[in-house]
Design a protein around this ligand. Structure first.
Ligand code: ADP
Length: 158
């Protein structure tokens, strides 16, 4: 039986840190379904369709990775995908509080679903979608922070 994990996030936009989390996850499971969340509360810079398109382009050559949009409960997406785990990335202690609450809530909703955390490469620990958006808006070069396929979507690059 194939092991599947869902990796949920806003991916506004997908960064090298996110990619690193996926590649590490692929060492643990057979397939990863990246769940691109609508997340209107975060008022994303890119709409859902564009965020999904960016993720799909980044993993176009990776048959073990699939991307879907989701607007409902994460545990429902996981169930629909037949996933046994939720994959998340940890950068610093500042991520912990939110991740701890989310993992605990999801466990309450779906006790058989395990949340698994991986740590990104040290040189990506400072990478966040928020800083990528802000640096790009102000005309800074973000080419080392996002996969090449994402660069054309960002303002003021190249
Ligand atoms: P969310 O809005 O759900 O936090 P994000 O797209 O911001 O969505 O992040 C998705 C997941 O990826 C989170 O678990 C986050 O901690 C993790 N993540 C984001 N950037 C990095 C990074 N540079 N290194 C490791 N994990 C990361």
């Amino acid at each position: 039986m194939k092991r599947i994990a869902v990796y949920p996030g806003t991916f506004d936009p997908i960064s090298q840190g996110h990619v690193d989390v996926v590649l590490r996850g692929l060492r643990l499971v057979d397939r990863i379904v990246i769940g691109v969340a609508e997340n209107t509360a975060k008022a994303p810079m890119f709409d859902l369709a564009t965020r999904l398109e960016m993720v799909r382009r980044v993993f176009a050559d990776q048959p073990r990775v699939e991307a879907v949009a989701f607007t409902g409960l994460l545990v429902e997406l996981a169930q629909d995908c037949g996933a046994c785990a939720i994959l998340r990335g940890l950068r610093a202690a500042s991520d912990f509080e939110y991740e701890f609450q989310m993992a605990t809530m999801n466990r309450r909703l779906s006790p058989e679903l395990e949340t698994v955390f991986v740590m990104a490469r040290e040189d990506y620990t400072f990478v966040s979608s928020r800083f990528i958006r802000e640096i790009a808006r102000m005309g800074g070069d973000v080419s080392s922070l996002v996969p090449p396929a994402v660069l054309p979507f960002l303002p003021n690059q190249g």
